[in-house]
Design a protein around this ligand. Structure first.
Ligand code: ADP
Ligand code: MG
Length: 254
């Protein structure tokens, strides 16, 4: 369950965050606080603005108004790589691995990519050892070290989605944003994904977009419901599960 550090600054805070595409208000006035170790989900129907919200939080798209704060620092205008350096990582709705490379090589490339942007030219090649040690540590803690020499294309779909999350951890994030990690997975694989997420460092905050409600209810303890870009309801998983309004607009059982 969540380790809530109410004394410190939120890892992530959104204040009235909005994004318009021309006349379309894709994200409208979203407020959210995520503390260390929090596990929170954003749910909502297709087109509700979930991915757009992630794109604005991570700096892929500029906000139209409002603010995002990371550890109390206003990062609203920051480029993505600065947010990554301060502790934010994300995975994408669509897979982003190199299929013909091994698991280990994918992780090595992810780490090298980060270090190149962080240390620019003066970082000597002898840092390769550090990179390899880091890759080993990441793969061991995720339970993938014994599969390090497997080409990614030979992994199951569920395993690939997990390795993508391992890549996201390469920057030692304090908050991880996951866009539909269980999308396209068979139900057994989705359960494994939920178990995998629950084994991650309990101090890591997770913000999860997910359609599979079994995964949502298993992994998080707080849910925000997005509808036409607005948070229309938020609360504990139990309260969201019981909400007639949520059932009406989202679960379609009202
Ligand atoms: N780059 C874009 N330009 C214009 N409209 C967009 C863009 N990205 C998303 N949208 C629109 O914003 C709305 C929210 O989309 P999205 O954030 O992808 O929803 P979700 O992830 O909840 O399914 C949709 O109506 C979508 O068509
Ligand atoms: Mg989406």
């Amino acid at each position: 369950m969540a380790i809530r550090n109410t004394g410190g600054a939120a890892v992530l805070e959104l204040r009235g965050l909005s994004k318009n595409f021309g006349g379309l208000n894709a994200v409208q006035g979203v407020n959210l606080k995520v503390f260390p170790g929090d596990r929170k989900a954003i749910i909502g129907p297709n087109g509700a603005g979930k991915t757009t919200l992630f794109n604005v939080i991570t700096g892929v798209l500029p906000a139209s108004s409002g603010a995002a704060l990371l550890f109390g620092e206003n990062i609203t205008g920051w480029p993505s790589h600065r947010r990554t350096a301060l502790g934010m990582a994300r995975t994408f709705q669509v897979t982003s691995l190199f299929p013909k490379l091994t698991v280990l090589d994918n992780v090595l490339l992810a780490i090298k990519g980060l270090r190149r942007s962080k240390y620019v030219m003066w970082r000597p090649l002898s840092s390769y050892r550090d990179v390899h040690d880091k890759a080993r540590q990441l793969l061991e803690s995720a339970g993938y070290w014994d599969r390090r020499d497997v080409e990614v294309r030979n992994l199951s779909h569920g395993e690939r989605r997990q390795v993508e999350i391992v890549l996201g951890l390469a920057s030692d994030p304090k908050i991880l944003l996951l866009d539909e990690p269980a999308a396209g997975l068979a139900s057994g694989e989705s359960r494994e994904m939920a178990q995998f997420l629950k084994r991650l460092d309990p101090g890591l905050a997770i913000l999860l977009i997910e359609h599979d409600m079994d995964v949502v209810f298993d992994v998080v303890d707080h849910i925000s419901v997005l509808h036409f870009g607005e948070v229309v309801e938020e609360g504990t998983t139990a309260s969201i599960r019981a909400s007639a309004r949520v059932q009406e607009i989202y679960l379609g059982t009202g």
